[in-house]
Design a protein around this ligand. Structure first.
Ligand code: ATR
Length: 290
C-alpha cells in the first residue's frame, strides 16, 4: 500500500523504458517488508543537473543512474565513494545532508556474479573485450582478484591504452596489456577467463559478436558476458561450443541492485529469498527462461 510515508527511489537513464531495475527493487522491497516505490525516469542528457537537484528537492531517497549518465552525473554530486572514483562512473546515488553521494555497485555486482558462477580471476590469464565504462569496472574486478594478466582488447586501441594506463597506475604493476580487437592472435595462453563488456551482440543484433573467429574461443576456459538479451549471446555460444564454462550478465544486474538497496538501507542484509525472487522476476520479465 502506498501512503504519505512511502519512500521514493528511482533510476534515471535515456532511454529507460526497457530497464528491469523497478522489477528487481519491487521484489526486494516486498521480500524485506520495506515501504518504498521505485520508478524509472527518462532524463535527457541536458537535464541531468536539473534532475539530480529536483530529485533531491523532492526528497527522493536514492537513485540509480544508467547509460548515458554514469559519468556526466558526477559534477552534480556531493562526493564519490572510492570505487566510483576508480572506475570514473557512478550508478548509485545515496542521499546525504548536502546532496547525493555517488557509488559504483557495478563493481560489486560483477564480482559477486562471477564468483557465484565459479569464475575467479586469481592467477589466471584474463581477456577483457571492450574499454568503456563497463570494461573499466571489470578490469578493476579482475586486477583486484589477482589475475595473472589481463589482455584488454578493443576496437579503438587508444581507449584500451588509457584504461590500461589508469589501472596499472592504480595497482602499481603492468597487469593490463592493451591490444587491438584482433590482438588475441598474439596471446600465447590457453585456459583464459574472458569478460565481454561491449554492446556488440545485444538484441536485436544477437547474431553479432565482437570477435567472430572460432579459433579465439579455443583459448577460453570460462566466458562471462555482461549482455543478457539474448540470454546466450553469440559470444557465449561460441565459447560454450569451444568447451568453456559460460555465464551471462543477468545476475550482475541483480547483485548491483542488491548492493544499491543495501546502501539505501544501512544495516539491512537482503535475504536469499529476496535475491532468488528478483532473479526469477527478471527471467519472467524477459518472457523466457531459456
Ligand atoms: P559502456 O559504458 O556500457 O561500457 P561505452 O563506454 O560506450 O559503454 O563502451 C562501449 C565499448 O564497446 C567500447 O569498448 C567500444 O569500442 P570503442 O572504444 O572502439 O568505441 C565497444 N564497441 C561499441 N560498438 C562496437 C562495435 N561495433 N565493434 C567493436 N566494439 C564496439
Amino acid at each position: 500500500m502506498i501512503s504519505g510515508k512511502t519512500k521514493l527511489y528511482g533510476v534515471m537513464g535515456w532511454p529507460i523504458g526497457h530497464t528491469l531495475s523497478p522489477v528487481i527493487h519491487w521484489e526486494f522491497a516486498r521480500a524485506m517488508g520495506i515501504d518504498m516505490e521505485y520508478m524509472a525516469f527518462s532524463v535527457e542528457p541536458d537535464q541531468v543537473e536539473a534532475a539530480v537537484k529536483g530529485a533531491y528537492a523532492l526528497g527522493i531517497r536514492g537513485m540509480n543512474v544508467t547509460v548515458p549518465h554514469k559519468q556526466t552525473v558526477i559534477p552534480f554530486l556531493d562526493g564519490l565513494d572510492k570505487g566510483a572514483q576508480v572506475v570514473g562512473a557512478v550508478n548509485t546515488l545515496v542521499r546525504t545532508d548536502k546532496g547525493y553521494r555517488g557509488y559504483n555497485t557495478d563493481v560489486t555486482g560483477l564480482s559477486r556474479s562471477m564468483a557465484e558462477a565459479g569464475m575467479t580471476a586469481r592467477d589466471r590469464v584474463c581477456i577483457l573485450v571492450g574499454a568503456g565504462g563497463a570494461a573499466k569496472a571489470a578490469a578493476y574486478v579482475l586486477a583486484e582478484e589477482g589475475a595473472a594478466k589481463v589482455y584488454a582488447l578493443n576496437r579503438t586501441i587508444a581507449h584500451a591504452e588509457v584504461l590500461a594506463g589508469d589501472l596499472n597506475r592504480l595497482f602499481g604493476r603492468e597487469i593490463i596489456v592493451p591490444m587491438a580487437l584482433d590482438g588475441w592472435r598474439d596471446i600465447p595462453d590457453t585456459g583464459c577467463l574472458a569478460v565481454q563488456t561491449t554492446s556488440v551482440g545485444m538484441a536485436p543484433k544477437g547474431e553479432e559478436a565482437p570477435i567472430e573467429d572460432v579459433e579465439f574461443y579455443k583459448k577460453l576456459d570460462m566466458a562471462f558476458d555482461v549482455i543478457y538479451t539474448p540470454w546466450l549471446s553469440t559470444f557465449l555460444m561460441q565459447a560454450a561450443t569451444a568447451g568453456a564454462k559460460v555465464s551471462n550478465g543477468s545476475d550482475m544486474l541483480v547483485y548491483q541492485a542488491a548492493a544499491a538497496f543495501e546502501l539505501w538501507n544501512p544495516g539491512l542484509k537482503l535475504s536469499g529469498e529476496a535475491i532468488a525472487n528478483a532473479k526469477m522476476a527478471i527471467m519472467a520479465a524477459r518472457g523466457s527462461a531459456s
